[in-house]
Design a protein. Structure first.
Length: 151
């Protein structure tokens, strides 16, 4: 139950932050939080990170549906009860669904967090959770998976 609660909270947080970005940034484009380091910049992302695969909405939607089904299937069929594994999976699932909602409703993903100091693509809260979730999963499988199997 906690797994799905975390997913829902991530989705809600993502939706709220994106709506605030749309209402606050769309007409003014960018707001510096720390000049030349961190800005809030409104972007309608019709592709993936770094502008790859622009206007390939259906590819992203199909991949996201596959990821969602795979996570839910894994979660229901796998007997591992690791909190770390659950956290990583819930982060990835919540973030994936958050971006999927934008793609279905808007046809693009709203991005607004802009680290200009490192010339990184503009991203959003869902992206943060997907990346952190993926990092948690890598850590789990490198350091903890074998210990879980032994139990």
């Amino acid at each position: 139950m906690l797994f799905y609660s975390i997913c829902i909270l991530i989705i809600i947080f993502d939706i709220i932050t994106k709506r605030v970005a749309v209402f606050s940034l769309k007409d003014i484009s960018t707001v510096p939080i720390i000049q030349d380091i961190l800005h809030l910049t409104y972007v309608e992302n019709r592709g993936a990170a770094f502008g790859m695969l622009q206007n390939q909405r259906w590819i992203f939607m199909i991949i996201t549906v596959i990821v969602i089904i795979a996570i839910i299937y894994f979660k229901t069929k796998n007997k591992l009860t690791s909190k770390l594994l659950d956290l990583g999976l819930s982060f990835v699932l919540g973030g994936a669904v958050g971006n999927m909602i934008d793609r279905v409703i808007l046809g693009y993903v709203v991005d607004f967090i802009d680290f200009q100091i490192i010339n990184f693509p503009v991203f959003n809260v869902a992206d943060i959770f997907v990346v952190i979730g993926a990092i948690i999963l890598v850590i789990f499988y490198i350091f903890f998976d074998k210990a879980e199997e032994k139990r």
